[in-house]
Design a protein around this ligand. Structure first.
Ligand code: GLA
Length: 404
């Protein structure tokens, strides 16, 4: 669903990203350029980067026309790219076994591409479907976005590919349009019914900000998000578990939300007012639709609360709102899992200001808001409870951009 490596079975350990790795995504551009030359026998025309994301608040709201508030991780996927004019797309990743994958662009069609190359193939196919005349490319990737962590490694791969190919071909697409093309490529070509949050985060976030995106109408606001200035720190805790039913369950949840909106005679659950929630719940035919609706409506409200607190400089106070979001995802939307609950409960018991799962759920990562002076103590408590977790402090990094 959101992981570049999922289902390929070919990813080597080096590519799974420890979160502390410095030889991929963060190594020098000169070395990355040499790697491209060694693979393709010529120089790249440019190097681009696109980040993974953390969603601060606003989960499973994007496909309900609601609010989300992600920020870009400093972790990123890089692509060195040179055009070809012979109808071939060749892709190689420093993080994958299997060498160069060569695809004939005329043969690309949904459902035909195997392994990780499905993501760049999908982007190129979608750009061409949209009328952009891209006839071939050689691409070399590397990444330090943790794969399988619910941190949008696949969105980073899509967005870096789309940005590089469009810029190389002289197309200056607005970032939101780029994100929509990437979402469409995942929906149509990869076959995952995801919303637009992850791709928008990777394409549109800016350093030091969280992005408030209103998915209906796609209006954006960059909200200053500088935790260090407030003596705070955000930890990302990748549980390193991904439960097998994740992909199918996402589609079922989305369908359930759409069914609830239809039962209420509304275009989307976004149209249920917070003040009208009780009346809406009473009008719904079953408990499952009531749970899904309650989560979406209260979650949109939590996004508004977090924005108001950040705007007022009351950043510490977002903690309980994050924690309430976790309870809603656990109890109403039911996308948490034992490992995520353990991380959240342990962090809160150790004195964290707030904690929640982030991303689609069924495994992946949690975020934990702590006082800066408590990072070591709370990290140690979490790692003692779940020794296989991978934990790192993070800040809001830049969105996708050209490096060279
Ligand atoms: C995944 C999807 C997003 C969004 C989140 C849940 O990351 O790709 O579109 O729906 O789950 O908020």
């Amino acid at each position: 669903m959101t992981e570049a490596g999922s289902g390929t079975g070919t990813r080597t350990d080096a590519g799974t990203g420890t979160g502390t790795r410095t030889d991929a995504g963060a190594g020098s551009e000169a070395a990355f350029e040499i790697a491209f030359k060694n693979i393709y026998g010529r120089a790249p025309e440019g190097i681009w980067a696109a980040p993974g994301r953390v969603n601060l608040i606003g989960e499973h709201t994007d496909y309900n026309d609601g609010y989300v508030m992600p920020f870009a991780l400093p972790h990123r996927t890089r692509a060195a790219v040179a055009r070809r004019d012979d109808g071939l797309l060749r892709v190689h990743s420093a993080d994958m076994d299997g060498g160069v994958v060569e695809l004939r662009i005329d043969d690309l069609a949904p459902g035909t591409t195997r392994g990780w190359a499905v993501y760049p193939a999908a982007v190129l196919w979608t750009l061409r479907q949209a009328g952009h005349d891209i006839v071939g490319a050689d691409i070399h990737y590397d990444s330090n976005v943790p794969v399988g962590g619910g941190l949008s490694s696949s969105a980073a791969l899509q967005v870096v590919t789309a940005l590089a190919l469009t810029e190389l071909h002289g197309l200056d697409l607005p970032r939101q349009e780029l994100a929509l093309l990437c979402q469409s490529s995942e929906n149509t070509y990869v076959g995952a019914p995801v919303g637009v949050m992850d791709q928008t985060a990777s394409a549109c976030c800016t350093e030091g900000h969280a992005l408030h995106l209103d998915v209906r109408g796609l209006s954006q606001r960059q909200v200053p998000f500088d935790l260090a200035a407030q003596g705070l720190q955000l930890l990302v805790v990748d549980t390193r578990v991904k439960h097998a039913h994740a992909d199918g369950a996402y589609g079922e949840l989305r369908a359930g939300c759409e069914a609830a909106a239809a039962a209420l005679g509304l275009p989307a659950l976004r149209d249920v007012d917070f003040d009208g929630l009780d009346a809406a719940l009473a009008a719904l035919p079953d408990e499952r639709l009531r749970r899904l609706t309650r989560h979406v409506v209260t979650e949109n409200r939590r996004v508004e609360e977090v924005i108001a607190l950040l705007d007022a400089g009351r950043t510490r106070e977002i903690g309980p709102v994050l924690t309430a979001g976790h309870a809603s995802l656990r109890d109403d939307f039911r996308v948490s899992c034992a490992e995520l609950d353990l991380v959240v409960d342990t962090a809160l018991a150790a004195g964290a200001l707030g904690a929640r799962m982030t991303g689609g759920g069924f495994g992946g990562s949690a975020i934990v808001l702590v006082d800066a002076g408590e990072v070591e103590r709370i990290s140690a408590a979490i790692l003692q409870a779940l020794p296989t977790a991978r934990l790192f402090p993070t800040t809001a990094g830049p969105g996708a951009h050209r490096l060279v």
